[in-house]
Design a protein around this ligand. Sequence first.
Ligand SMILES: [Zn+2]
Length: 485
Amino acid sequence: MEFEAVIGLEVHAQLLTKTKIFCSCKNEFGAPPNTNVCPVCLGMPGSLPVLNKRAVEYAVKAALALNCKINRYSVFARKHYFYPDLPKAYQITQYELPFAENGWVEIEKSDGTKKRIRIKRIHMEEDAGKTIHGEGFDENSYVDLNRAGTPLIEIVSEPDISTPEEARLYMQKLRDILVWIGVNDGNLEEGSLRCDANVSIRPKGSKELGTRTEIKNVNSFRFIQKALEYEIERQIKVVKSGGKVVQETRLFDSQKGITKTMRTKEEAEDYRYFPEPDLPPLIIDDEWLESIRESLPELPDQVKERFISDYGVTSYDASILVREKELAEFFERAAKAYKGEAKRVANIIISDLLGVLNEAKLDISDSPVTPEGIAGLLTLVDNGTISIRVAKEEVLPEMVRSGKSPEVIVKEKGLVQISDESALREVIKKVMAGNEKAVKQYREGNEKQKQKAVKFLIGQVMKETKGKANPRLLNELIPKVLEEG
Ligand SMILES: [Zn+2]
């Protein structure tokens, strides 16, 4: 029997606000333990939460970017559980009435097909603190409450995901959008985006859902795919050997690449949810909602389509350019500054500039090369001042190193292309004298061998001139000089 998987993801995304969701403590990663805390986020009796307006704004922004319907009226609730990182013994979250529902995102699979994953709901909640133990510590567990009260949105998908690859792509897409609109820093290693996955299997084509397990707290794209691959295999083995999948919460062990039982799954009633009496219902009025909608930038998928239609960039190049907002903006500015085909701008950015920046450990946002510099560099190639090879191998790396304009670098380093016919003839003659075999091949060979010889001699002249010979002129001149003998 063949099986298929049914997967739903719950993604927790931290919001990039300056302060926490219910108090004015700093929301920052990496501060010394228990320094960003106050009576509210420590859960002291008698302290009262006050909702951070910016957190709501960011949450709404995210929900709009994810095509959700915004509920004008939503309610915070208490979710009770006991754990050392949760001093109040309840988490403030939203339960029956979340602020956003019914959205979707589109993923593009490696074979180019697109799939829409529906989002069931998004709610706001506070993060818990962190328990720290293990390597570098003694046998005790320690609690750091700096993270307690960090604003989160939990994005709950419908079970529309059918493969581990789709799960990874979906999570990546959420990250790209949230970072693009500036509400999340996208830093998975620091826990800015964490994922729980619900997964079950069923006979292929069946409509019924199998018993599901939940894999908790996976914080890398690679691990979500690996954890699901393992868990689906495991469930299939259980069923094929006549057993039954048990509903439970499992942990992914990234070292061993396996999932392990953590605890049997709780039901919603175990949490004794009830409306939070210390916070009034959240009401989002029309005017505010509209102003948030207007503040949304054009989203990556829209920008990608525009790059293809307006600038003639290939779909593949466009998808690379929209991976980061700064990169997309860089490309567009360079394309506007350049008089030639924008495709060439995309090409030099993707296949050359990004590599040189990467080697210098620089991001596009702190690139010493400006978009206008890229346009200027290509213009120097177009008007014959330098060859494309010199542009890529000599001028561009120097632009990254020194931040100087391409025009200045070409002048300072004497890189101007040799387009003077008599000067080139001299070099060609010298090269011919040193490569008699190729000369002979040209004179005595057939058409194919002739072409081969010309190609070889062009390479030699380029070597001799350090890439400065005008290649178009060389193409014409070399056969001429050979014929003249
Ligand atoms: Zn606080």
